[in-house]
Design a protein around this ligand. Structure first.
Ligand SMILES: [Zn+2]
Ligand SMILES: [Zn+2]
Length: 235
């Protein structure tokens, strides 16, 4: 009888090859081969002073920030969202692979170090998960990254200050124009909390709506003056 090879399930959970192209890794702690690592595209160029979007050389703000669309004060991302960063994020999301979370957290940590605008951050927080997702034991990747970053920087973690409303539709499957029109997604927990400045950590910046809505609640309810954001990737 021919045996069916199902492979080694541990290989999926703890891959020791490049997470994108399966070639051999060049450094143990980096989940990529040398080629994929070198191909990672760091966010750079002339960026909007608030949201970090690439804009023309002679501009200071993007159109959305000129219209004061966002509630946060400053957001930066490490890499552009592409095949490599999306593969890292997806694998981290579903399998919570330690080498991936360390790679993402360390990238975020380096970004914080090199940008003077992040120097006065008093607390670190994260995008909360809805009760449904927590109940079904989905990883809250934003929480895991915020916790890591808090340990790396020594900046305290502000836990459970925001809650996420239950959503009927999975927003991720909606086209962008519908996602942007969705209502408010967060509300404050009962916990009393305030500070001058707080940093929200998330994996990816897409429309900015999620970070902006979290910032809105942090500012209006907790009277926090300055809300900053950092993400691993941005599309
Ligand atoms: Zn590779
Ligand atoms: Zn902007």
């Amino acid at each position: 009888m021919r045996r069916i090879d199902i492979g080694n399930p541990l290989k999926i959970l703890f891959p020791d090859n490049c997470i994108v192209c399966k070639k051999e890794r060049f450094i143990k702690d980096i989940p990529l081969c040398k080629d994929c690592f070198v191909a990672l595209k760091k966010v750079g160029g002339n960026l909007c002073e608030i949201c970090g979007k690439n804009i023309d050389e002679d501009e200071i703000l993007c159109d959305r920030c000129k219209d004061k669309e966002y509630f946060f004060d400053y957001v930066r991302s490490v890499y552009y969202y592409d095949k490599t960063t999306s593969t890292i994020i997806k694998n981290f999301k579903y399998y919570n692979i330690k080498s991936l979370s360390s790679f993402i957290s360390n990238s975020l940590y380096m970004k914080l170090q090199e940008d003077i605008n992040f120097q006065d951050v008093e607390f670190i927080t994260y995008i909360p998960q809805s009760f449904f997702k927590s109940y079904n034991r989905y990883y809250n990747q934003s929480f895991l990254l915020a916790k890591d970053l808090s340990e790396l920087t020594g900046i305290p973690l502000a836990e459970n200050i925001l809650k996420q409303k239950e959503r009927i539709v999975n927003q991720a499957v909606l086209p962008r124009f519908l996602r942007e029109r969705r209502g408010e997604i967060f509300y404050p927990s009962k916990k009393e909390f305030t500070c001058f400045s707080i940093l929200i950590v998330d994996d990816v910046f897409t429309t900015g709506k999620t970070l902006s809505d979290a910032a809105r609640v942090l500012k209006s309810y907790f009277k926090i003056d300055k809300v900053l954001g950092i993400t691993f990737a941005r599309s």
